[in-house]
Structures are given as structure tokens and as C-alpha cells.
Design a protein. Sequence first.
Lengths: 275, 264, 354
Amino acid sequence: MNRKWLATPYLIWMVVFIVVPLVMIFYYAFTVKDANGTRFALDHLMKSFDSKYMVALGKSFLYAFIATVICLILAYPLALILVKRNKGGAAMLFIFILPMWMNFLLRTYAWLSLLETNNGLLNTVLRALHLPVLDIIGTPKAIVLGMVYNFLPFMVLPIYNALAKIDNSIMEAAYDLGANDFKRLLKVTIPLSMPGVMSGITMVFMPAVTSFVIPNLLGSGKVNLIGNIIEQQFLLTYDWGFGAALSIILMIIILISMAIMQRSDEDMEGGAGLW
Amino acid sequence: MVKKGIERLYLGLIMLFLYAPILTLIVFSFNDSKSRAKWGGFTLKWYKNMLNDPMISKSLYYTLLIALLASVIATIIGTLAAIGIHVMKKKTKSVILNVTYLPVLNADIVTGIAFMLFFVAIGLKLGFTSMLIAHITFNIPYVILSILPKLSSLNKYTYEAALDLGAYPMQAIWKVIIPEIMPNIITGFLLAFTLSLDDFVISYFTTGGGVTNLSITIYTMTRRGIKPEINAVSTVLFLSILILLLIINKRTDRNTKKLGGINI
Amino acid sequence: MKKIVLLLTVLIFVFTGCANNAGNDPNKPLAGTTIYVYNWGDYIAEDTIELFTKETGIKVIYETFDSNETMYAKYKSGAVNYDVMIPSDYMIEKLIAEDELLPLNFDNIPNYKYIDSTFKNLPYDPDNTYSVPYFWGTLGILYNTKMVDEEVDSWDILWDSKYKGKIIMMDSVRDSFAVALKRLGYSLNSADKAQVDEAVASLIEQGPLVQAYVMDQVKDKMIGEEGALAVIYSGEAVYTSEYNENLAYAVPKEGTNFFVDAMVIPKTSKNKEAAEAFINFMNDPQIAFNNTNYVGYSTPHTEAKAMLDEEIRNNPAAYPPQEIVDKCEVFVDLGPEMTAYYNDKWNELKASLR
């Protein structure tokens, strides 16, 4: 029996529940309903290229990118430390995942209570210590913080898994061959953990780009990101065609950026394997 | 020595960062004031109220039920899928993976509406089933994402050795591959469970008939302000899961020692 | 794995605790039927549904939404057969225009007599065929008397650079444009692109002074004294003054929006009579009082209002005098083209902030 047939139940599921709805999105994006009936048209697509939407798209990618990089910088050392400490159990890991079981909206509201300029806990403390106040609610900084906070566990988990599985004997071999700690990190650990890093980036960057709750709450509604605009099309303007077109542009850009990243992981043995 | 100290400090800081909002919420669940901007004194009334509120207990019930069912089913389908996909040719693999990650890529709202349109088109009344299907669909990619990297780093020959030694393929898979990827399966399951627990947009558009979850209930309170009972419910949920995991962890530790060190 | 499943299942049952509470009263004519009610979140007294089922034997499946638009999207998809919905004025108008509502049989809603005549024959339902008002309010300025020591009587104050960084606007297209349009002396239902452009330009000009564009966050921000001035619904203003006595509410002299949320029966309803029974029940004086008392929004029900605390009844924020009400306009549906135009301009505004 060839193992690949194991995937059959999933493939059926995939076609019905992923492909078909997707086809419907394309349908909405590329058709226009008017007095003459429904016809194939590129109107929605053309509208997306207007500057205000492109600016929102650009900002979304920028903030998501920054948030992803910060997540990576924070998560990698964290994962290294956790792996070193806990070869036998995962209580530590759970502790870092646990916050995600508190409702996301509530946690974001909680940041408001912490960071608000006048009444926020953090600033009240800073003021008492005569330190400068952190006025970031309503700015992109708060949005990036919100993204990092929300998606950090998604970065830690796959990197941790990848690191935990690195065979100790490889590490010892490197040591025997004369590599010091730093060289070992650079030449052995990091490359071997790449599949995990790729997974992490995937699970952080993509949802971050389309978030709309975080900009609404932490950005005080002043920063309009692509997620907000898409939401508007479906709920406010009822221009589903345009919303669908924007989503497709988003998807394509992300797929291309993932493809570029995959080039660095050439033999595709590692990983997520997009393209 | 210094290194250990720095490590501990780092861990501590990250933990502080992650838990600050949670602690804030827990503290506010005892706030005798409906507004988060004012401290009105300590009270347990929100905890009492929450048990009497039918909307909240119903939301909680469905939240847990759907999250559990969806993550279990997604884990089963996803694990089988990952094993199967892993041995496919590069081209097929690539196409399938790209399609798989589409629900991850898409804005929640697009996925949610796409599902809604789809269900209406096939005549499925929105309710428990439609919401479950939607949750399973967006959970599976995360399960696959957790397992696939590990499959790449497995020793290819152990499986073949098992076959050579006379095992049936299913036996070989069950006894050789699954134990090795078990940590990743569990990670995938946990990820799926977490995502389902917290989902709002997709659930909103794929449910109906009175089936609601905690996130939907919370979000629909946003025009009027979030009831403090929600803080109480979330705190209880959070602490229960914490305790649950600690218990499981204790038992896993025991098992780990027995089985000789399978990490989670 | 098995253990996780087992323990979590136990958790579920521990938390459920809600046994099925069937209101068993077989002598009620409509007993045993089920209706689907779709309302704003947290917009009904906590025991109303239970009392209704107890009295009539009709079971209620209750769902909530957070905005008219989300409600509309869900309703239009045909996914659930709602019996009663409680949208806002302009949304009701849209539904009527699209032929989505059933005319009400007022023989089944005798309690309609308690509705104040000010709330009858409104533009969105001129002959009172399809709706029964539930709550109403105005859009106005909430301000902190400690931080604002001048008189607040005009929308202009929100453009005063003295309050830079302390002004909070509403994250809602219609409401924010209403403020800008009214300030310029135009109708808040303007379909004149030049007027809309002017309004948007003034909002872009105001941009640097604005601290935030928010919805429900406005309450906590004002209570916490993060802001000095905010655009807010009267019902929310009443709530905030309970928590911070420095807060006061004013309706500007240029006039403002007057909104009404009302109960309607969509054509998907399978139990029109049961739906009408629900609407009638909601207008029972005691129930109407319970609702307005819990929710805090102003009621159009004369008896319920009479039962309120004098302090609330005479609170000009909650129950403004007639001269003010006369200056107010109800939102009307702008139609798809103008709605798209408003939304495009809104995105332009948002893109210009910060």
C-alpha cells in the first residue's frame, strides 16, 4: 500500500471545502452584476489599484513584516532556552502557549487598560517614577505590539519543536570537529531548525497582514489596514466583488513572498513547502 | 553562571509580557464596576451572575464542544494527510500544500463569507454542522504545518525496516511513524484547539439557529460594552485549562520516564 | 491523548449546567412553537426571554449582532429564518425597499397603544406598517466639565485646536459624516457629492486633533479621562455619567441624528403570530420598563417611561426637550451608489489620518 493514499480523505475534504468556496470568491471578484445581468469583468480588480487601497495594503505588509521579525527575534532565543532546560517535559512550553486560551478580544482590551496614556496602568507607574510616559495607543507602534503579542506563541511552538528534535549526536559531532558554541549555532542549529522557522513565519505573517481587530482597538481606529477595508466591503458597502478582488490580490502577493522565501530552503525537505 | 541568570531573566520578561494582560483581566473580573476605567472595589458578583446567565453558559458549552470536536477530527484527518503528502512527488505536493494553506492566508472574513455562500448554495442550514465543518477546515492546515517538517527529519529507513521485518503497512505506520511524530501531532491538536476556541469571524458567518460561541457573544457586546461577567467566565475557563494541563503534564512526565523520553 | 479528551469532556459537562428549561404550559394557544429573534448584543433585560416563554409557552432562539450591516449580511444570506429582528431606522427603510418585511397585524399587538406618538409615522416607516419602536436616542457630545470649561453647544468645538489629542470621534461612517455635515449646515442624509466632499475635507482637517475613532471604547476612555470631548449616543452618555460625575452631555444647536431601533418581522418568518406575540410582550409596561431600566437607552413607551426614576425621566441627555428633537434628523438609506461613495470617502479619510 502506498502511503500517499492516506491523504485521500483529506483531499476530498480539501476540494469540497477549500477549493469550491475559493472558486466562489473568484466568481465574485471577476464578475459584475448590472442591468444586463452578470458578466465577466475586471472592474473590481482595477478599483483595487487606487492609491488609498494600495497604501493600506502596503502598511499592512509593513507592520506584519516588522511584527514577524520581532516575533522571530524574541522566539528563537526563547525556544533555545526552553529546549535546553526541558528535555523531559513541556510544562514550560505550555506556560508560553496558555495565554492564547484567553479570548483574543479581551486580551487586546486589556492592553488598552495597560497602555492608555492617561489612565493606563503602565503610564501611571511611569508617572509615579517620574519617567517619560509611553504614548503609543493610536499609533502603528501599538498595532505592531498587538500583533507580536497575539502571534508570538505561533512562532515559538514550531521553532521549539524543530530544535527539540535535533539529534544530540550531531551537536556533539560538531563540537568534536572543533566548532565553538557560536559556530555551532550558526552552522548547525540554525540551518537544522529552518523548517520550524519557516512554519513559524507562515503562521505569523499571514494572519497578521489581514488582522482588523488590532488596528481598530490599539490603533484607535485611525489606522486603516487592508483587513479593515475588506471587512468593510462585505459588511458596510456590500461590494462583495470588490472585497473578493482585494482578497485575491492579497493572496497572490503573499504566495509570491512565500515562494521567494522558499528559494532559500532549496531541497524542500524542510518544510512547509509552499512552492 | 551569568548565562543562566540572563536566561532566567529573559524567560521572566517574556512571561511578564505574555501574562500582563491576562492578569489585568483576572483582576478586573473582581472589579465592582462595569467600566474598566474605574476600580469600584472587590466583588464576586460577576462570578455569581455568570452562572445564571443562559447566554453565557450556552456560549461556553458550544465553544468547548466545537473546539474539541473540530480539533480532534482535524488532527486525525491532518495527520493522515501529512503522512500521505510527505511521500508525494514534489509537484503534486507543492500544489496540494498551496491549496491547503489558503484558509490560513485568507482574511478570516473572506473565508467566513465564502463558507456562508457555499453552505447556502448547497442548501445546508447554518447551525452546528456548518460551524463544525468550517472549524475543521481551518484547523487542518495548522495540523499539517506542525507535522510535515518533522516527517522530513525522520529516519526514512525505520519504516522500511519495519516492513522488511514483516509488518503490514498500517502496522508500520502505527508503530513506527506515529510515535515519532506524536509530539507534533499533539502540537497540531493544541494549535487547532486554541484557534477554534478563539475564532470569531468565521464562526459568525457559519453558525445560526441559536448556536453561538463565546467570541461571538463577546464581539456582539461591543456596541454596548463588554459585560464584566465575560471577564469572570474567561478567568474560570483559563484557570480550568491551566489546571487541566498541569494534571496532564504530570501524567505525561510519568509516561515519559516509562517510555524513555518522548518529548512533548 | 485519550486523557485529554476525557478530561475536557468532563469540563464541558461541568460547565454546561443548563438543563433544558421548557416552559411547560399547554393551555397557551401558541405553546410549543419556536421563534428566532435577532437583536443587538446586550440589548434586552436578562429575564425577558424567560418570562416570555413562561407566559406564552413559545420557545425563543435568541441571536445577537453588533451592527446593522452584519445583521443584514447574515439575514440576506437566507441562512436562518428569523421571526423578529430589531434593526435601526435606515436599515428598516432598506429592508422595506427591498420588500423583505411583513406588514404587522396590530390586532395581535394591542400594547402598541403605549408607544408615544412622537415615534410613530417616522420617515423610515411612514404608515407604521412594518415596525414597532424599541429604543431611541440622539447623537451628541459627551464632555468632561473639568477639562472643558466653556459652553458646549456646537459641533465646532470638536474642531477647536485647544483640545488637540483629546477629541474622540465615532468609528462609524454615517455618524461621523453626520457630525461634519450638520456642522456645515447640510442634511446628514446628503446625496450631494459636493457637500459630502466638503464634509470629508473638514474631517481630514480635523484629523491631527483626533485621539481616536472608536465605538464602545468611547465610554471607558471618557470615564478614564483620556479624552475631553467625544461623539456618543445618548444611551451611552447616561451610562458614563454614573461612573464619572464630571461628564455631561449636550446636543449641538446645528442639530443632530435621532435614531430609533425598532422591531420588525422579516418575510422569512415561519410563525408570524408568535412573532407578533413577542412584539406585544415586549411592549407590556412592566417588560418595557425592565428593558429600558437594564439597557439604559431611552424608551418610546409612555408607561415604561412613567415608571422610571424621576432623575432619569428628567435627564435631558436621555429625554431631550421637544425643541431639540425637532432639530434632529433620522438617517435614511442612501442607496447603493451613495453608500459606496460615502464609504470610499471614509477610506480616504482613514488613509489621511496620522
